[in-house]
Design a protein around this ligand. Structure first.
Ligand code: PRP
Length: 234
């Protein structure tokens, strides 16, 4: 059986976990319901109640790549992922990505964290070189350069909390949400670099070829985001 979709199919790239859970109400408001639970199914292509719309499950950091190369028409990923992807490609536009909407979901922050017994303020003040482990090298490089702090960046792909605990690094740059992971590993947040939320990312060529159906989804998401934002105002 071929998995190549008919030309009119809309493919949406999502990652499992928080983004998947938090995009469901926006999809529902756009009249789209995913018919299988990714936590229970091993399938990577999930059908929806709309025969022309399907979801592909990819790693969060692969979402921009799938959209860029047309493996998906649109996707949802964090601002952190977009910044790192853009840095590789010299900007979102150059990678053929269109970013129409901040979905205001999966909110967290990118922060610097160190061991609770590490004197970060002193280390930064002294102008010594800081060893920083992170998955977010573009964000970390730009942040420390703007502060005039010299850093040696160590690229990791996960479990960054271990780097200061094993003595491999002085600090990490990582996502923080509740702060529980840091606390559980005797680390503390010392600087907040930026707030993060998930964005809609769209393949520019697909937007031209499938303008009407993609626009309908983008507009439905935008209406829900606007309604949620105004409901949250005091
Ligand atoms: C992120 C991050 C931390 C954790 C922070 O990992 O890397 O480990 O969440 O959340 P908290 O402040 O609520 O404890 P994520 O679960 O996204 O997976 P990852 O390790 O694959 O990045």
């Amino acid at each position: 059986m071929s998995h190549t979709p008919p030309a009119a199919t809309i493919t949406l790239a999502l990652s499992k976990g928080r983004i998947f859970d938090e995009i469901m109400p926006l999809l529902a408001a756009a009249g789209i319901e995913v018919l299988e639970d990714p936590e229970k199914s091993r399938k990577l292509i999930l059908p929806t109640n709309r025969p022309e719309v399907r979801v592909v499950l990819v790693r969060a950091s692969d979402v921009p790549t799938y959209v860029q190369y047309g493996g998906a028409d649109m996707g949802v990923c964090g601002k952190d992922t977009l910044i790192e992807h853009s840095a590789e490609w010299g900007g979102a536009a150059r990678s053929g990505l269109y970013l129409p909407l901040d979905l205001q979901i999966a909110k967290c922050r990118v922060s610097v964290a160190v061991r609770t017994d590490f004197d970060y303020a002193q280390a930064v003040k002294k102008g010594s070189r800081l060893k920083v482990a992170t998955k977010y090298t573009a964000i970390a490089r730009e942040f420390f350069a703007s502060k005039g702090v010299h850093v040696d960046l160590i690229k990791l792909y996960g479990s960054m909390e271990l780097a200061p605990l094993t003595g491999m690094a002085d600090a990490i740059v990582d996502l923080v949400s509740t702060g529980n992971t840091l606390k559980a590993n005797h680390l503390m947040e010392v600087e907040r670099i930026m707030d993060i939320s998930s964005h809609l990312v769209v393949n520019q060529a697909a937007l031209k070829l499938k303008m009407a159906p993609l626009r309908r989804i983008i507009d439905a998401f935008a209406a829900t985001v606007a309604a949620n934002t105004s409901a949250a105002l005091p």
